[in-house]
Design a protein around this ligand. Structure first.
Ligand SMILES: Nc1nc2c(ncn2[C@@H]2O[C@H](COP(=O)(O)OP(=O)(O)OP(=O)(O)O)[C@@H](O)[C@H]2O)c(=O)[nH]1
Ligand SMILES: [Mg+2]
Length: 319
């Protein structure tokens, strides 16, 4: 307990080592995690959580690095969580990110952390959300959540973020592809990175076209929040377009702050979290050793055509 208290005191003071340890505790749900989360809740402010997703190698980490540096130059404290949904270990690519971002992490006001979340307890969305909560409580004002867009992972990150940016490149196939992958619904805006590459203008125009079509059609893609996604061209490696991306982030933040959208989004997140936690707790409370034995017996009865499945379920629950 004393150790947990000390950890909490240090992380609230912004100690990076303590922050890293607290996030590991949450990832592993070890003995410190409940204590940490209980202290973090109640101290959550309004850190702006910005999800950055897109295909492998699109330049997401490069972009996040430049954004973080630019924001930090203006005195903002910035947290970066790079989520790797594919690897349970720190793989090569992630290590590359780490090395590239290490310089940034040396800055007083920037915290960098990567998480390999395959098989993480409670899922990517929850772990990411709670890690962002910890950074928020520790006084970080902007928290970037980077993840490679591989199916569910980008949806999970979009759920944990207030603002979601989808990074595409001239190489990453056409805009129609992005639309098919459901990115139109999750992107608050797009960054077309590597605009120094051939075909950048065509890609930009194609993306604009798709956006116009989705925005003018009264189809499923119409956004009920009235926000219209746009495209920002960047060359992250050369620091080009970074200011425009920051403007986009701020514009979306303001849009969410006026009206109740941000609070509603947070409430949605919290609702899901509470429901998920209740389900987890009830499930583990239900499956005691006794019931597991009963389950095995019941399965034999059902297989032997001596009991119906539904009847057995009712009996188990009633006990
Ligand atoms: N030409 C060009 N190269 C870029 C640009 N931005 C980033 N790169 C390069 O693209 C490569 C991949 O960049 P990362 O930032 O690691 O990309 P990522 O999307 O984070 O990659 P993963 O996390 O592995 O999916 C690196 O070699 C970068 O230097 C750009 O605007 N133009
Ligand atoms: Mg990366």
């Amino acid at each position: 307990m004393a150790a947990t208290n000390e950890l909490i005191a240090r992380l609230l003071a912004g100690d990076k080592l303590a922050l890293a340890r607290a996030i590991s505790s949450i990832e592993n749900q070890d003995e410190n995690s409940t204590g940490v989360l209980n202290e973090v809740d109640g101290r959550i402010g309004w850190a702006h959580r910005v999800g950055i997703t897109g295909p492998p190698g699109a330049g997401k980490s490069t972009l996040v690095g430049k954004l973080a540096a630019a924001l930090n130059d203006r005195g903002r404290r910035v947290g970066i969580i790079a989520v790797d949904p594919t690897s349970p270990f720190t793989g090569g690519a992630l290590l590359g990110d780490r090395i590239r971002m290490m310089d940034l992490g040396l800055r007083e006001g920037i915290f960098v952390r990567s998480m390999a979340t395959r098989g993480s307890i409670g899922g990517l969305s929850r772990t990411t959300q709670r890690a962002a909560d910890v950074l928020d409580a520790a006084g970080y004002e902007v928290v970037f959540l980077e993840t490679v867009g591989v199916g569910q992972a980008e949806l999970d990150v979009a759920e944990a973020a207030d603002t979601t940016i989808v990074v595409l490149t001239p190489e990453s196939g056409d805009a129609v592809q992005a639309m098919k992958a459901g990115l139109m619904e999750i992107a608050d805006f797009f960054v077309l990175n590597k605009s120094d590459r051939p075909g950048a203008d065509q890609s930009y125009n194609a993306l604009l076209n798709v956006l116009q079509i989705t925005q003018t059609s009264s189809s499923v893609n119409e956004r009920k929040d009235g926000w219209s996604p746009f495209v920002v061209k960047t060359v992250a490696s050369q620091n080009i377009g970074i200011e425009q991306v920051i403007e986009g982030i701020q514009k979306h933040h303001q849009n969410m702050m006026s009206g109740d959208r941000l609070i509603e989004k947070r409430k949605d997140r919290l609702r899901k979290l509470v429901i998920q936690l209740v389900e987890d707790k009830t499930r583990s409370a239900f499956w005691t050793g006794d019931r597991i034995t009963r389950l095995e017996d019941g399965l034999n009865l059902i297989l032997g055509n001596r009991k119906s499945t539904l009847q057995f379920v009712e009996e188990l629950i009633k006990e």
